[in-house]
Ligand binder design. Structure first.
Ligand SMILES: [Fe+2]
Length: 184
């Protein structure tokens, strides 16, 4: 199995696409699979934000693409939290799932066109393997969490990735500030 962080990230993306398809086509699996989707994406995003985006910014010179990708994570987090509150048999669920699929598919496509190729070009194999280990470890620690479980420190990390000044804001103030930058 490849340990290259960019391959590991892309494996998760393909897994998420498979889950999207099931959730769209098979309403009977929604109650069981929605929490799986939400925690997988949430853990994936927290691990990227902690271990991958800071390196892509500082070592691969990708500040602008990382800031944009981070803003897309903010939107995805909000939509996933909303999806997890919807009755899986409701029209509201169908509409929210469509929003999640749109936002996340767009994000995945951009990340695979910008951030990941930049890391392959500018970081050597050993560094990408090292990041792969760090990504998996962090992802593992976050599996089971929902987007709402994010900590203040993790939100400060999001702000730094997106070039948003966090100052010494408390969690609620940070959430309001980050929400204003949630973008697709
Ligand atoms: Fe991402």
């Amino acid at each position: 199995m490849s340990e290259d962080v960019t391959d590991l990230i892309m494996q998760d993306h393909r897994e998420v696409e498979t889950l999207f398809e099931k959730l769209e086509l098979e309403p009977e699996v929604r109650a069981g699979l929605t929490p799986v989707l939400v925690t997988l994406l949430s853990a994936h995003s927290r691990a990227e934000e902690a271990e991958v985006y800071p390196v892509a910014r500082d070592e691969a010179g990708e500040a602008e693409d990382v800031a944009h990708s981070q803003e897309e994570h903010l939107l995805a987090d909000r939509l996933l939290a909303e999806l997890s509150e919807c009755d899986p048999y409701s029209t509201a669920y169908e509409n929210k799932l469509a929003e999640v699929v749109d936002a996340v598919s767009h994000h995945v496509e951009e990340e695979e066109k910008t951030v990941l190729p930049g890391m392959r070009d500018r970081l050597d194999d050993a560094r990408r393997a090292e990041l792969g280990q760090a990504f998996l470890k962090s992802r593992q620690e976050h599996l089971g969490e929902m987007p709402q479980d994010i900590t203040r420190d993790e939100m400060r990390r999001q702000a730094a990735n997106a070039d948003i000044p966090a100052g010494d804001k408390d969690k609620e103030a940070l959430r309001r500030e980050l929400d204003q930058h949630a973008d697709s």
